[in-house]
Ligand binder design. Structure first.
Ligand SMILES: C[S@@+](CC[C@H](N)C(=O)[O-])C[C@H]1O[C@@H](n2cnc3c(N)ncnc32)[C@H](O)[C@@H]1O
Length: 401
């Protein structure tokens, strides 16, 4: 536990602006990376667009085809941060967790909460040079700084504005902001930290988690082997493999901003907060393009972390989300043949029925399978796609009759 005083986290080193490509270890062929996720399926193009997972051979019902025990990054909503374990997401009926890593910043005590000493210890072991721990504590500190600032009304783009132009202009302005940030004394940079709301706080913790993994892989020079994921027994290599899979995930940041233009300002806030507050170790990884892609990858690939319920009709609490790249290639089907189970921080995927060779393996993205085809499609539209599953095709044909 650390209790040292820290005035400002802002980097004193020369930060780069937009010319800081992330140096990645030797990049592997995406096809090779994708086809080493599981011996049960290959990842191929679907006939309705994008990629999907297809069975190599017959897979009997109740077969565990994938278990992902490491998200690349996860984040817990502010209201549950003291009740939901940062490491394993366990929750004990609203009880405040006893184990924590804390640091005092002036009068403010900031903490990361865990359900047990084991989870706290695992978190510490997986950290590198305490960069992740420090980064999360700094987010807590600066989220407090930000919340003391007056609320700024977020600008809404005008109806007839050229959105693509607006988006590129706004991000260009961010680069100017970044130059003035870097010309400031570190002690003054706290003034540049924007006020953030709860959804931005959630997203910032996720983005910083991914940035930390990039730093870790580069610092520890972690190399990956060419085995299937379940054969990998080093957690460092697993993370490296998840990063490789993360890099080839779909990103839909621009699509989302074009649909909900007010989000540009939210994403810029997130970026400014991260750039102005992150440790020097993470700075080389922070540029608008990288952060926009990290945000965009969560939008269509994150798995929600929800409280457990005994039935699908019972209300659930939303604790946060995690991105598990190796599990992100399953498409949605309104008649899924795979069930997803979360056991603490592990996602398990088990077949619901026998699967035939060449059959697409799909999960259910929502909780709306009992609804009619139009209602299902409306729900999925919010996730930026028109469902191309077989059940929808049949149901749509039947509507025409
Ligand atoms: C978690 S990713 C699945 C992998 C993705 N197909 C790929 O190529 O990376 C979710 C995205 O896949 C596509 N997708 C998933 N299920 C689909 C479906 N039933 N019909 C059409 N597109 C789907 C959508 O673009 C969605 O945003």
């Amino acid at each position: 536990m650390t209790t040292s005083e820290q005035s400002s986290s802002v980097s004193e080193s020369e930060d780069s602006v937009d010319s800081n490509p992330i140096q990645k270890p030797d990049q592997q062929d995406p096809e090779v990376i994708l086809n080493k996720i599981s011996p049960f399926f290959k990842v191929e193009k679907t006939k309705y667009g994008g990629r999907g997972c297809y069975a190599y051979t017959t897979i009997p019902k109740d077969t565990l085809i994938l278990a992902c025990n490491q998200s690349i990054s996860s984040t817990i909503v502010r209201p549950f941060k003291k009740e939901c374990c940062h490491y394993c997401y366990d929750y004990f009926d609203g009880k405040i967790l006893k184990f924590k890593i804390s640091k005092k910043f002036g009068k403010d005590l900031c903490s990361i909460f865990f359900c047990s000493e084991i989870c706290q210890q695992k978190f510490i072991e997986e950290d590198t040079n305490e960069v992740y721990q420090e980064s999360l504590l700094l987010i807590e500190k600066h989220a407090l700084t930000g919340s003391n600032k007056p609320e700024v009304e977020k600008r809404e783009p005008l109806k007839d504005e050229d959105l693509s132009l607006l988006i590129s202009q706004e991000w260009e302005d961010v680069l100017k902001w970044e130059k003035s940030l870097q010309s400031m004394k570190p002690s003054k940079r706290a003034n540049m930290i924007p006020r953030i709301d709860d959804s931005e706080y959630l997203e910032i913790k996720y983005v910083v988690g991914v940035l930390f993994q990039m730093y870790k892989v580069q610092t520890e020079n972690i190399q990956s082997t060419n085995t299937f994921l379940h054969e990998v027994n080093s957690s460092n290599e697993l993370k490296q493999r998840e990063i490789e899979l993360f890099d080839i995930l779909q990103s839909s940041e621009l699509e989302k901003v074009l649909k909900f233009p007010y989000l540009i300002y939210s994403y810029i806030n997130i970026y400014k907060f991260i750039k102005a507050t992150s440790l020097p170790e993470l700075q080389p990884f922070i540029n608008p393009q990288a952060v926009r892609e990290i945000i965009g990858r969560n939008l269509t690939n994150a798995f929600g972390i929800w409280s457990e319920t005994s039935s699908t009709t019972e209300d659930r609490e939303f604790f946060g989300f995690g991105v598990y790249p190796s599990a992100s290639y399953f498409n949605h089907s309104c008649d899924p043949n795979l069930i997803k189970k979360r056991i603490k921080n592990t996602l398990e995927f088990v077949t619901k029925r026998d699967i035939l060779p060449g059959e697409e393996i799909c999960i259910d993205y929502g909780r709306f399978l009992d609804e009619d085809v139009e209602a299902r499609r409306k729900e999925l539209k919010e996730w930026f796609f028109d469902c191309g599953c077989e059940k929808c095709n049949i149901d749509l044909e039947n509507l025409k009759i």
